[in-house]
Design a protein around this ligand. Structure first.
Ligand code: MG
Ligand code: MG
Length: 270
């Protein structure tokens, strides 16, 4: 069942999404070669709690297999759901950091793939493509369109650049729960799937692979890696479907203030 949100609820979701965005920027300050991913997780958790949020990923899952950390940190061939720990970032890594927060009963959920030092041209193209695919998907998230319009836009662009689009994991509705209906696949056909309506709140999150779209789960029960062990990227925004154009509740602006990477969003304005 898809829950449409009132403006009051959206106001609360905006606060949660903004706290996620600021948490990712706080983490960005510490990303450099030699830093352990477990340290980044502690930075995030401290910041979230200090700002009256609850890390939504910590304890997520079924009894006996609950996610143990506040962030998902996925390096290189890891796609999503990587567990922070003793791994130390090294020059050339790309590191996807996903953060979920519940505050005042509403959830925010956003992810960004960071670079560590100097990265390869292929990785640069992978990141640029994934970022642009995210915004192309969001561009379709308007009242009257369908989920399939978003899915197609993401898949068509990503594959046109020669990359693989992960199918086993998808975007989702969110609000009072971290995961709500509908699913938001990053692959699909125009006009198919759920009709989009004003007040639908979605987490849009393309996961794009250098090589094959296929993925597998590691023995830790969480970490998803590419089947060919080639690098993968992941960006995620929370949005509200509206008439004319979607509203983006999360932002990468705080991160970019830290990393000084100018993202070209001009295509959003045509
Ligand atoms: Mg996420
Ligand atoms: Mg998500």
């Amino acid at each position: 069942m898809i829950l449409l949100k009132s403006e009051q609820e959206i106001d609360k979701m905006r606060i949660s999404a903004q706290l996620v965005s600021k948490t990712l920027a706080e983490v960005a300050k510490h990303i450099k070669p030699g830093v352990a991913t477990g340290y980044l997780d502690r930075v995030a958790e401290e910041y979230i709690v200090k700002n009256d949020g609850r890390p939504a990923f910590k304890g997520y899952g079924h009894p006996g297999n609950q996610f143990p950390a506040s962030l998902c940190i996925s390096v290189n061939e890891e796609v999503v759901h990587g567990i922070p720990g003793s791994y130390e970032l090294k020059n050339g890594d790309i590191v996807s950091i996903d953060c979920g927060i519940e505050k005042d009963g509403y959830f925010g959920d956003s992810a960004y793939t960071f670079i560590v030092g100097e990265i390869s041209d292929t990785n640069r193209k992978l990141l640029d493509t994934t970022m642009k695919a995210l915004y192309l998907g969001i561009e379709q998230a308007v009242h009257g369109n369908s989920i399939g319009d978003m899915s197609y836009a993401i898949q068509n662009y990503s594959e046109s650049q020669g990359f693989g689009v992960v199918r086993d994991l998808v975007g989702h509705g969110l609000g009072k729960n971290l995961h709500e209906d509908p699913s938001v696949p990053n692959f699909g056909k125009k006009g198919r799937g759920e009709r989009l309506r004003s007040g639908m709140t979605l987490a849009v999150e393309p996961m794009i692979n250098t090589g094959t779209h296929r993925v597998k789960t590691l023995k830790d029960g969480w970490t998803i890696v590419t089947a060919d062990m080639k690098p993968s990227a992941h960006y995620e925004h929370d949005i509200v479907v509206r008439e004319g154009s979607a509203e983006i509740l999360s932002t990468f602006a705080y991160i970019e203030e830290i990393t000084n990477i100018a993202i070209d969003n001009n295509f959003l304005n045509g």
